[in-house]
Each structure stands twice: as structure tokens, then as C-alpha cells.
Design a protein around this ligand. Structure first.
Ligand code: UDP
Length: 333
């Protein structure tokens, strides 16, 4: 029996595929390659290229493969883009998940582990944020992730499809050996953008707003290493296999770093001065997001080992130094 990794050629998905293979699980990768990289999928793994909104495509895979559980990473995930083009997010994220759930129900697949987001919380008064905090997204992206969670809740009530929703805080870092890593085009996430300044691909980093109600005026986020993050997915699959009820867990490190602190940490790791320009606020950004991950620790037995910010940036830097133009090699800017 196999685990279908939807979005398995993407940043987090590709790390999950390798972690699952390392645990001797059979894996089927499904990816549209809209943002994923076929180079990240190891040789010998069943790999289907197509869009989850295509019912016929999914139906054939579920009919041909012995799929027992699904891990679902396939989504658009940029806060800024979602504010400019919300319907792209409803179509790919919400409708895509609907079609996926239809295929699962039709083919009797009962378990799904799902990439959700801290963006479901919006602005919260209490830090760190627990799973009991009222979800109130400030972006269309967060709204679609919440809608996907709610869709799964109702599919559980009606069809017994069990889900674990993992609300990621800010994922960063790369595999320890730098074999796979983060490669978005264009890149918008803070740590890779900062590292593109350090390796000479950008002249400066623009900080999005300096008048947030935080100590240094820049947004505070909770950064979690991608390898720790994928460990939680394997624990969640096992939790469902052991009969666990549908559940929601935060995945973060319980520590917040401001944008300026991240730039400073990257200066230390890379030895580069990393010039900064202060720009406009980005629509949809809450001032502070810090996780309580106590529930994932106690219920799933999750124990992130790489929570130190310099370890996260060092592993990301290792990937960027070895792959300055991502998977495609030279010629990409
Ligand atoms: N950020 C920034 N400049 C950039 C990219 C990001 O100031 O070029 C800020 C952004 O406003 C947010 C934080 O860095 O407060 C993390 O943003 P990212 O896009 O990495 O992740 P998100 O929080 O949107 O998931």
C-alpha cells in the first residue's frame, strides 16, 4: 500500500517524499509542476504529472495504485498574490481539494494529512497561538486554507474521511546535505530572498513595513526547519493509522523573530552585509505569528530538533550556495 504525496515535487513535499522513503514507505508522487521541480523527485518513485482539479487524471491514479493514505501539499501559498488574485486561490486550493476528496471517497481512501497554515489565524491578541484561538484570516490565502480544513471536517462527518491538518508557521531551511531545497520563481519568502542578496543575485532586501506594533517595528514570525516539519507529517500518518480522530495541530518553534532579526542572523551565517531598504507594508500580513506547538508535541510525540534560527539559515544557505539558480542551474535569474 502506498502514500500519495500530492505536491510531492514542491518545496515541503519533496522533503516529505525523501523522509517517507527513508522510512521504507511506498510513495506515489502527484504534482502539476506549476511550481514543483521534477528534479527533486528521486529516481524510481511513481510520479504522475497533472492537476488535481482534473477528475479523470486523479481517478485513474486512484484506480491503478494501491493508495492507503494521502499527504496533500498542492496549493498556491503566497499571501501577497492571494490578495491580488483571490479566485486563483479558491480555484486551485479549495476546488482542487474538493476534487481530491471526491476521489478519496470514491476509492475508499480514508486518511489525509493536510498542509494548513498559520495564516488561518489572522491577527491574534494572545501569543503563542494555540489551536483553540479563533481562526480569522487576514488574507485570501489563509481563508482558502481554512475553507479546506472545514471541507475536510464535513467529509469526516458525512463519509468518515479522517484528516490531520498541520498549520505551518514559517517553513525554512533545506535538507542537511543541500540536495533539495527551496526554489520558487519568483522567490518571495523572506529567508531565501535574504540569501539571494548574500549570494549576489539581489542588491538588497526590502523590508515590508517598519511601523508594526513590535519592538523593532517589523513583523515577527515563527520559523520552523523543513526537516522537522516533515517529521510531523509522518507522525500524523501513523496517528491516523492508529485510529486517531481528525485533528488540527500547529507546527512552529514557539519562538518569534522579527524581519530585522532574520536579516541580522543571515549576516552572521553568510558574512555578507545584506543591505536593507524599507518598503511599504504587504497587504494581508499580520504583525506577529508565534505558535504554541504543545499539542503536536504531546499528541503526536513531535520533537523538532533544528529549532535554532542559525541552523535553519545555515542549511538554507548551504542549499543556495550549492544551487545558486535552484534546480535548473545557470541561466535563471
Ligand atoms: N518579508 C519582507 N521582505 C521580503 C519578504 C518577506 O519584509 O522580501 C516579510 C513579510 O512581510 C513577513 C515575513 O517577512 O512579515 C515573512 O514573510 P514570508 O513571505 O517569508 O512568509 P509568510 O509570513 O508570508 O508566510
Amino acid at each position: 500500500m502506498s502514500i500519495a504525496v500530492i505536491g510531492g515535487a514542491g518545496y515541503v513535499g519533496s522533503h516529505a517524499v525523501r523522509a517517507l522513503l527513508a522510512k521504507n514507505r511506498d510513495v506515489v508522487v502527484i504534482d502539476s509542476l506549476e511550481t514543483g521541480h521534477p528534479e527533486s523527485v528521486p529516481d524510481g518513485v511513481s510520479f504522475y504529472t497533472g492537476d488535481i482539479r482534473d477528475r479523470h487524471f486523479l481517478d485513474e491514479i486512484f484506480a491503478n495504485e494501491q493508495i492507503e493514505q494521502v499527504v496533500h501539499f498542492a496549493a498556491n501559498s503566497l499571501v501577497g498574490e492571494s490578495m491580488e488574485n483571490p479566485l486563483k486561490y479558491y480555484d486551485n486550493n479549495v476546488f482542487g481539494t474538493q476534487v481530491l476528496l471526491e476521489a478519496m471517497i470514491k476509492h475508499g481512501v480514508e486518511h489525509i494529512v493536510f498542509s494548513s497554515s498559520a495564516a488561518t489565524y489572522g491577527e491574534q491578541k494572545e501569543m503563542p497561538i494555540t489551536e483553540e484561538a479563533p481562526a480569522d484570516p487576514t488574507s485570501a490565502y489563509g481563508e482558502t486554507k481554512l475553507a479546506m480544513e472545514r471541507m475536510m471536517k464535513w467529509c469526516d462527518a458525512a463519509h468518515g474521511t479522517k484528516f490531520v491538518s498541520l498549520r505551518y508557521f514559517n517553513v525554512a531551511g533545506a535538507s542537511e546535505l543541500g540536495v533539495i531545497g527551496e526554489d520558487h520563481n519568483p522567490e518571495t519568502h523572506l529567508i531565501p530572498v535574504v540569501l539571494q542578496v548574500a549570494n549576489g543575485q539581489r542588491e538588497h532586501i526590502t523590508i515590508f513595513g517598519e511601523d508594526y506594533p513590535t519592538e523593532d517595528g517589523t513583523c515577527i514570525r515563527d520559523y520552523i526547519h523543513v526537516e522537522d516539519l516533515v517529521d510531523a507529517h509522518i507522525l500524523a500518518l501513523d496517528y491516523l493509522k492508529d485510529g486517531g480522530e481528525s485533528n488540527i495541530f500547529n507546527l512552529g518553534s514557539n519562538q518569534g523573530f522579527s524581519v530585522k532579526e532574520i536579516v541580522e542572523a543571515a549576516r552572521e551565517v553568510t558574512g555578507h552585509p545584506i543591505p536593507v531598504v524599507i518598503g511599504q507594508k504587504r497587504a494581508g500580513d499580520p504583525a506577529v505569528l508565534i505558535a504554541s506547538s504543545q499539542k503536536a508535541r504531546s499528541v503526536l510525540g513531535w520533537s523538532p530538533a533544528r529549532t535554532d534560527i542559525s541552523t535553519i539559515i545555515r542549511d538554507a544557505w548551504n542549499w543556495h550556495e550549492q544551487h545558486p539558480h535552484g534546480y535548473k542551474g545557470a541561466g535563471r535569474s
